[in-house]
Design a protein around this ligand. Structure first.
Ligand code: SF4
Length: 433
């Protein structure tokens, strides 16, 4: 299938057909949420890393992902007022800004990013994947909404692998605590055949997504695996894994990317087709959302393409071989939860990023350290040093935040990136690999 791209204008970045499809899917999901009460549908709030979307969907429940609401609010220029509202209510400046953005939105009436009111949660499903803030966040929502919480404790991969006892521990919790709580809410028993059917659909989408990631090995890379990549992970990280819409989205996306690769084209950028590829980067850390397109342009206008990133692996390491296995549904869900990037130990993160630098022939490695997120930021300087030593590829370091615009210093970040790119150019001129 040939990609149909909407042309870029000053206000409206260029978009692939798959991106327009995704936009429509998201809008429809928010519409369903706004009608949930009148249609008698129950709503489960849950987090992206370790989400059990296929299980929630098998029982006819609707997921709400507060992190996605926060980032969408950030992109739409609403996060500053939500954060101010949360700080007025007593939440410290140090608290993760996703949390404050979500709490502020709740305090201002819980109107979601598309302008439709979000239903309150009937249940909070807390998949605990290493972030203590997740627990505190849902404690606050529980106090506000007076609704039940079910917790899935996901053990940290301290040894860099998933042991059989870890898998058993998570499977037991899913079977004995999570499924009964969801069944009670749904008012029906789980149909395990339906769960397996959804996991098989997930698997197809996962194959297509991996083909998209791996296309970045080509020169020029037909994708940007960070700025473009955050769109590519949208459906699979959120409410759509296991659905036919997600499978169609990934099939269309893969075709678009393969067509671009066959034509020898780079990715689409906010200004339209990419400038000639000058630098190939691996990026660690989440992007900034409040100035997302300005941030992207600082790279794309210099011909800098991100060939792989850790942020786009936060909701699953499919390119390292993991797939949802429909023959073993609960074990697959358990492995998925334990395998998310932020549940990996520091040495495992260093190994993975080193692999990306080598396999994708990167010229540079860059950390975007966000003030909000300890799950990402802890150890980033150590990661930077280790990767420079192991690969000989130079590292750069910038700082920003997720959705608090006070922490996006445009001139400062631009200057640091310019210096980084000049250094990469100078190395190239000296013939240093
Ligand atoms: S600290 Fe990081 S992982 Fe935890 S809620 Fe905030 S952004 Fe998410």
């Amino acid at each position: 299938m040939t990609a149909v791209s909407a042309p870029a204008t000053a206000a409206q970045p260029a978009r692939d057909a798959s991106q327009l499809r995704q936009k429509a899917m998201i809008a429809e999901h928010y519409r369903s949420l706004s009608r949930a009460r009148e249609e008698g549908r129950k709503v489960v709030y849950t987090f992206v890393p370790g989400n059990l979307t296929e299980l929630i969907g098998s029982l006819g429940l609707l997921p709400v992902l507060p992190e996605i609401n926060a980032l969408q609010s950030g992109m739409r220029g609403r996060s500053a007022s939500y954060i101010a509202e949360a700080e007025k209510a007593g939440h410290s400046e140090d608290v993760c800004t996703y949390v404050k953005c979500d709490l502020g939105m709740m305090l201002q009436g819980n109107v979601g990013p598309t302008g439709e009111k979000l239903p309150p949660p009937d249940l909070l499903l807390l998949s605990y994947t290493g972030c203590f803030t997740f627990m505190k966040w849902f404690e606050l929502l529980r106090e506000h909404y007076k609704c039940p919480v079910v917790m899935l404790h996901v053990p940290y991969q301290a040894e860099g692998r998933i042991s059989e006892s870890m898998r058993r521990y998570v499977v037991e919790q899913i079977r004995q605590q999570v499924v009964p709580a969801l069944e009670k809410l749904a008012g029906k028993k789980l149909d395990e055949a339906e769960l397996s059917r959804r996991l098989a659909v997930s698997r197809r989408a996962e194959d297509d997504l991996v083909a998209v990631w791996e296309s970045a090995r080509q020169r020029p890379s037909p994708i940007d695996g960070y700025f473009g990549g955050v769109y590519y992970v949208g459906p699979i990280f959120s409410a759509f894994r296991g659905t036919a819409e997600a499978a169609e989205y990934y099939s269309e996306l893969r075709s678009e990317v393969e067509d671009r690769a066959a034509r020898g084209e780079g990715p689409l950028t906010p200004d339209g087709p990419a400038s000639p590829e000058r630098f190939r980067l691996v990026v660690e850390g989440p992007p900034n959302w409040t100035s997302f397109f300005d941030f992207w342009r600082m790279f794309s206008r210099e011909g800098a393409v991100v060939v792989a990133s850790s942020y786009t692996r936060v909701g699953g390491l499919y390119d390292q071989g993991f797939r949802h296995d429909p023959r073993h549904p609960f074990e697959a869900l358990a492995d998925y939860c334990m395998g998310c990037y932020t549940n990996l130990s520091l040495p495992a993160r260093i190994d993975l990023l080193t692999k990306y630098v080598r396999e994708y022939s990167a010229d540079g490695f860059l950390v975007n350290s966000v003030k909000s997120c300890n799950s990402f930021s802890v150890g980033q300087l150590q990661i930077l040093r280790a990767i420079e030593e192991r690969t000989g590829v130079p590292g750069g370091f910038i700082e920003s935040d997720l959705v608090d615009p006070r922490y996006f210093g445009k001139a400062n970040i631009h200057n640091r990136l310019q210096s980084f790119f000049q250094m990469l150019d100078a190395r190239r001129a000296r013939g240093t690999p």
